[in-house]
Design a protein around this ligand. Structure first.
Ligand code: SF4
Length: 344
């Protein structure tokens, strides 16, 4: 630990007090906080990974209304679960949540430590620490991008990190010393809230910050901290087909063994239908998945395609679209095409 980090650890009791009293006054009323339970914490933590609170809120409310506990979710059909997640992206989280509900609903007593939650398939250190600290007061720190930013700035870390994971690893020992042993759940939520609402990436509101007297890098000097080097992104051009017949749209559902998108439907790739695209496309959309930016060219064939319904190809009526597990961006584009009158 650097001398600035050591200084923070000696001032930990005062820092926790300042952070928790700010949190008491400024925390947002969120449904997983106002009516907290281990199940609601698990659902919210998984939904919130890589996704903004505003996007998660309607999904969370619908989800807990439909499946209010682990047992109810364990009995749900896998396709229903994916369909309810459609639009949140990163479907691996929905499959993980469903599998976790099946495992957890068999237990008489829920595990209470992060170490025990880590034993479940697919539960990583972040999720395990969030569940155990918020629901069971296990004094372990949750370290996400917000926490990395706040702690790096507090400690004035000038190091360049090769990745987000590297930064998490670097600040975790400090985070575990600072976490409040009596109120670890509130402390963890408070520091994440501070990172998202006050110690923002490009515009830290240092004058309003409850930790300004502890901070080694206030104001403009904080903006470049932490320095996380990004790997150079790739670009890929993809051609897809928007085929329509009798008010139905052609989609391809990925097989169950597909690694990332198992069970999720998308507009089919042109090459999979042996369709030769001619430019310009009907629409071009861009999206980024991890380090790759996909430029998706969507083509409407001039004449009816000969389609053999195999390899996951399905015709889906417009009325069914909102209830199916469809890739979020594809569902959004289809909605847009409907509004433009293309699909009617
Ligand atoms: S004083 Fe500024 S840089 Fe330091 S923790 Fe607070 S908001 Fe972040």
């Amino acid at each position: 630990m650097t001398s600035a980090e050591q200084l923070l650890t000696t001032r930990a009791p005062k820092l926790r007090k300042a952070l928790l009293s700010w949190y008491q006054k400024h925390q947002r009323d969120l449904p997983w906080r106002t009516a907290a339970s281990p199940y609601r914490t698990v659902v919210s933590e998984l939904m919130l990974q890589q996704t903004q609170v505003a996007t998660v809120l309607p999904y969370f409310n619908r989800w807990v209304q439909r499946w209010p506990n682990f047992s109810a979710l364990a009995q749900a059909d896998a396709d229903e679960v994916l369909a309810a997640w459609a639009g949140l992206g990163y479907y691996r989280r929905a499959r993980l949540l469903h599998a976790l509900a099946k495992e957890v609903s068999l237990l008489k007593v829920l595990p209470s430590t992060a170490q025990a939650w880590l034993q479940f398939t697919g539960v990583g250190p972040y999720t395990a620490a969030a569940i155990a600290s918020i629901s069971f007061k296990d004094p372990v720190a949750v370290v996400d991008g917000n926490v990395v930013r706040v702690l790096s700035r507090l400690a004035g870390l000038k190091t360049s990190f090769v990745s987000g994971a590297h930064a998490v690893k670097r600040v975790t020992p400090l985070a575990n010393v600072l976490v409040d042993p009596r109120e670890p759940g509130n402390y963890n939520q408070a520091i994440m809230e501070l990172g998202s609402q006050v110690c923002r990436k490009a515009a830290p509101a240092c004058t309003a910050c409850p930790l300004k007297t502890f901070c080694a890098s206030k104001g403009t000097q904080a903006i470049g901290i932490p320095k996380i080097l990004r790997a150079k992104g790739r670009r890929e051009i993809v051609h897809r087909v928007l085929a329509l017949r009798d008010g139905k749209v052609l989609l391809r559902r990925h097989p169950k063994y597909a690694r990332r998108l198992a069970g999720i439907a998308e507009l089919p790739l042109a090459e999979s239908l042996k369709f030769k695209p001619s430019l310009p496309a009907y629409a071009v959309r861009r999206r980024t998945v991890v380090q790759t930016t996909y430029e998706e060219h969507i083509h409407v064939p001039a004449s009816q395609l000969k389609v053999v319904l195999s390899d996951g190809l399905i015709w889906v009526s417009l009325a069914e679209l909102p209830f199916m597990a469809i890739s979020g961006p594809h569902l959004r584009w289809l909605g847009e095409f409907v509004r433009r009158g293309k699909l009617v």
